[in-house]
Design a protein around this ligand. Structure first.
Ligand SMILES: *Cc1c(COP(=O)(O)O)cnc(C)c1O
Length: 396
């Protein structure tokens, strides 16, 4: 017999979510995750994926993945530290280091995993971490896992960071202190104030850790937020994902050789979880090569983002303070936001609503992610649907 306690726990919590309209129903996609996706047999203009450069469906990456499967098979066969390190893993890691302008890099199975790995390999219960209050869930969990004291600072508030950094260091309570921030914040699309963060860190000899999941491939001619600000040799940990602009799966840390040497012996997901598959490795390596060799995809992505942003603004939508392609349409009320997203879907645009608790109460939004793969015609059609639904619901 299975546990009655578990059943009771699950039923109570699931019913509670459903009663409050917060239970998330997942829509299975019946096609590739490109600019048009098929859901429930209908084609929709896709404005919800992180596939910034359109690389998730790029023919050149598919070809590399297929050849890697032919040569190495579908699985790496072991963890990296036994015999799961293929020559192509090392090639990928040196490509990432070149991409990020660092001495070395280490690849992980995901960006989430990477934050679980890297923070706790260096920080422990005698240390403190200064963490932006809007940092990604995987950073929050990675900090918890390290057992370091977490000191949250107000979002991008440099006076608050400075005061808390000074206090943490001068208290003499901690062995090491680190500051962690997203490079680009995913809900509003704003960019971290890295030059000031680095200055504060240098003043107090604090380590710097930047998770640039949404900035890589997007800012700094593709190389990310750190490069964008010219800080490649002043940030200790450059974290990124291989699953957003890079289009595949995986995560990485780029930094000095001794940091990477340490992570290869001390970070648990590297030691205890099987290596990235040959297809993933080959496709991500190709993606980075493409980004290093040409800005064609970035240029197209920026052109599309600017076009969509201008169009939505002209229609009268509040698109917040984004400095990146992430384009929120801020509606406010949670129920209205969900209704808006549903109506957009019925008319042919897939743009998911994001509401409390992911964003503050009363700032519900539909988040748009234009990519390099969208055409002007698709964006025009999306804007026409935004106009129709917005007018119908008295939002513009
Ligand atoms: C998306 C994201 C991650 C997770 O990356 P995955 O590769 O999808 O696991 C980590 N950190 C930040 C800041 C992210 O936005």
């Amino acid at each position: 017999m299975t546990s009655k306690k578990l059943d009771q726990f699950l039923n109570e919590n699931l019913n509670d979510l459903r009663d409050r309209g917060l239970y998330n129903e997942i829509d299975p996609v019946e096609s590739a995750n490109g600019p048009i996706i098929k859901i429930g047999g209908r084609d929709l203009i896709n404005l919800s994926s992180n596939n910034y450069l359109g690389l998730a469906t790029d023919e050149r990456l598919k070809k590399e993945a297929v050849s890697a499967v032919e040569k190495y098979g579908v699985g790496a066969g072991a963890v990296r530290t036994i015999n799961g390190t293929l020559d192509i893993h090392l090639k990928l890691e040196s490509k990432i280091a070149e991409f990020k302008g660092t001495e070395a890099a280490i690849a992980y199975q995901s960006g989430f995993n990477c934050n679980m790995a890297a923070i706790s390999a260096v920080m422990d219960k005698n240390d403190a971490i200064l963490s932006d209050e809007l940092n990604h869930a995987s950073i929050i969990d990675g900090c918890r896992l390290s057992r370091a004291k977490v000191i949250r600072f107000n979002h991008s508030d440099m006076e608050d960071l400075r005061a808390k950094a000074k206090e943490a260091v001068e208290s003499g309570q901690y062995n090491k202190v680190m500051v962690i921030t997203d490079g680009v914040f995913s809900m509003d699309g704003d960019v971290a104030k890295l030059p000031e963060i680095v200055e504060i860190a240098e003043e107090f000899d604090i380590m710097t850790y930047v998770d640039d999941a949404h900035g890589s491939g997007v800012l700094g001619k593709g190389s990310g937020t750190v490069k964008h600000f010219g800080l490649s040799d002043r940030v200790d940990f450059q974290i990124g994902t291989l699953s957003k602009a890079i289009g595949v799966i995986g995560g990485y840390v780029a930094g000095k050789q001794n940091l990477i040497d340490w992570l290869k012996v001390a970070s648990r997901p590297f030691l205890f979880s099987t290596a990235l598959t040959p297809a993933d490795v080959a496709a991500t390596t190709k993606a980075i090569e493409l980004i290093l060799n040409s800005t064609e995809l970035q240029d197209k992505m920026w052109e599309n983002s600017n076009y969509l942003k201008e169009g939505l603004q002209k229609l009268g939508y509040d698109i917040g303070k984004s400095e990146t392609p992430i384009t929120p349409c801020i509606i406010g009320d949670e129920k209205t936001t969900q209704q808006f997203s549903k109506r957009l879907n019925e008319e042919g645009v897939y743009a998911k609503s994001i509401v409390f608790p992911t964003v503050p109460r009363g700032t519900g939004r539909v988040r748009n992610m234009p990519t390099a793969a969208h055409t002007k015609e698709m964006l025009d059609e999306a804007l026409a649907i935004y106009e129709k639904v917005g007018k119908e619901m008295n939002l513009i």
